[in-house]
Unconditional design. Structure first.
Length: 219
């Protein structure tokens, strides 16, 4: 049985999509309204919003319409490590629960339109994104390294591929530098945000070719 719950921008469906695999599907709409709480450097504070970062490169897919379904598959996957990293996850960050999937969904709503992809529930092409891991880690004593860990699996018609990223504050793409004067909570939120941005951009790079070969074109 399916239970439907509507919010401002996402539709949540508890489904038994795969055998004995309970997934949460977020059918992403094109609405831009935020449903997430706001963050400050020391916790939840008014007037401080979660930071979403633009892609490193510019993408323009010419207004291609696409339906996007985001599945929170973390409970089923139970990953201890992502494919691209030896870093072990503990899944104790604030993104371990529904907030992580909601944050990822909001990122899609932001970056897809910026790349010329129109999210449309009625579109002929359906992009399914399975969130398999999302975590942040603070490693070391004194000289601490902040890790943002994210892995997804993407399905679009016959195209299937996994994307993962372990980004640290030492990475040239990191929004926060190694010596930045921020709290630990702020650093982990920033680096987690960056890890989401990175896997979405990895998909955009492949989408340059996908858009020419597997999508249904509509005038």
């Amino acid at each position: 049985m399916k239970k439907l719950l509507t919010t401002l921008t996402l539709v949540f469906i508890l489904s038994n999509a795969y055998a004995q695999a309970h997934l949460i599907a977020y059918f992403i709409s094109g609405a831009a309204a935020s449903i997430l709480p706001t963050y400050g450097e020391h916790g939840y504070l008014p007037g401080k919003k979660f930071k979403y970062y633009p892609t490193i490169d510019h993408y323009d897919f010419g207004g291609q319409k696409i339906r996007v379904e985001l599945y929170d598959n973390r409970e089923q996957s139970q990953l201890k490590k992502i494919d691209c990293s030896e870093m072990e996850m503990n899944n104790k960050s604030e993104y371990a629960g529904p907030l992580g999937a909601q944050t990822f969904g909001e990122y899609l709503q932001k970056l897809f339109p910026e790349a010329g992809l129109n999210i449309d529930l009625a579109a002929a092409d359906t992009l399914k994104i399975y969130l398999e891991a999302l975590d942040s880690r603070l490693i070391g004593f004194g000289n601490i390294t902040v890790h943002g860990l994210c892995q997804v699996h993407v399905q679009l018609h016959d195209f299937n591929r996994s994307y993962c990223r372990d980004i640290t504050d030492k990475d040239p793409h990191s929004p926060v530098g190694k010596n930045a004067f921020v709290t630990r909570s702020t650093a982990t939120r920033i680096i987690t945000s960056a890890s989401i941005r990175e896997v979405i951009e990895q998909f955009f790079i492949d989408f340059k070719q996908i858009n020419k070969t597997v999508l249904t074109k509509h005038e």
